[in-house]
Design a protein around this ligand. Structure first.
Ligand code: E4P
Length: 269
């Protein structure tokens, strides 16, 4: 059983297509121009999923608050490294921290299991899901992880399949019913491959195959990653606060505003 999106209802829509049009023009001077148009954002339209969501990728409460107050925040992702960075240790503290985040942000909050074997993952995931209805259990892309995602899906617990680095992993996670899939684009770029290309490939596959799993672009390192992930068909971007704030910045905005204010001041003094 897939999880509760309107997805299932619109699954048979016949209008599924990805258009890849390559127009090549040989100019008088022998230069070769190639224009490639790709319609990938149909994934979101087809499934009636709202336009790209913004999650913040941190366990830092001040940063979560700052992003929330911007009015653009749809959720939060954490991982064991991010929790450790904030000094949150011990079962009770970890649970309380997730509770605080859930009270601060009205959206999906990913909480990752530490266990690596199936039985322990289920036990831990159930406890995490019990904290709040907005908790999404984050499960690593391993054999036991996939089995656990299937189990959580069948028991109406939403999941985020993490540590995804290939299209094959994306297919398996979607088959198991993952709610979200987290390809790590920054870490792929670090290996000298193209993380954004993977997002585009998964978006194409999910569109063609009709998988309802939402693509959550993770391991974002800069504002351009967000822009390019949006272009490539990501349903969600989870970003550090610095990358979200980086989207706002342009020197011409600052120069233009300073000139408007100066002109206003001159005319009104
Ligand atoms: C989020 O869900 C991931 O755990 C996170 O984006 C990983 O980011 P990193 O590669 O910067 O550690």
């Amino acid at each position: 059983m897939q999880q509760g999106y309107e997805v299932v209802a619109v699954r048979c829509q016949p209008f599924l297509f990805t258009l890849n049009l390559t127009l090549s023009i040989l100019s008088n001077f022998g230069a070769f121009f190639s224009l490639k148009f790709r319609l990938v954002s149909l994934h979101s339209l087809k499934y009636n999923i709202p336009l790209m969501k913004f999650f913040i990728d941190t366990a830092n409460l001040e940063q979560i608050e700052e992003a929330r107050d911007l009015g653009i925040l749809d959720g939060v992702t954490t991982n064991p490294s991010l929790m450790a960075k904030e000094g949150i240790t011990g079962d009770e503290n970890i649970k309380n921290h997730y509770k605080k985040i859930c009270e601060m942000v009205d959206g999906d909050i990913s909480a990752e299991v530490i266990a690596t074997d199936f039985d322990e993952m289920i036990k831990e995931g159930k406890a995490l899901a019990d904290i709040h209805e907005n908790i999404v259990v984050k499960v690593p892309m391993t054999k036991d992880g996939v089995k656990a995602i299937r189990w959580f899906t069948d028991h109406d617990i939403r999941t985020n399949c993490t540590l995804v680095f290939s299209a094959g992993q994306a297919i398996i996670a979607a088959k198991a019913g993952a709610t979200y899939l987290s390809p790590f684009i920054g870490r792929i770029d670090d290996m000298n491959w193209d993380g954004i290309e993977l997002i585009a490939q998964i978006a194409d596959i999910y569109t063609v195959q009709g998988f309802p799993t939402e693509i959550l672009a993770a391991s974002i390192r800069n504002p351009l990653h967000i822009v390019r992930a949006a272009e490539a068909g990501a349903d969600v971007c989870t970003c550090p606060l610095s990358s979200i704030l980086g989207l706002l910045k342009h020197p011409l905005t600052d120069i233009g505003l300073a000139k408007f204010l100066a002109d206003h001041k001159k005319a009104n003094s």
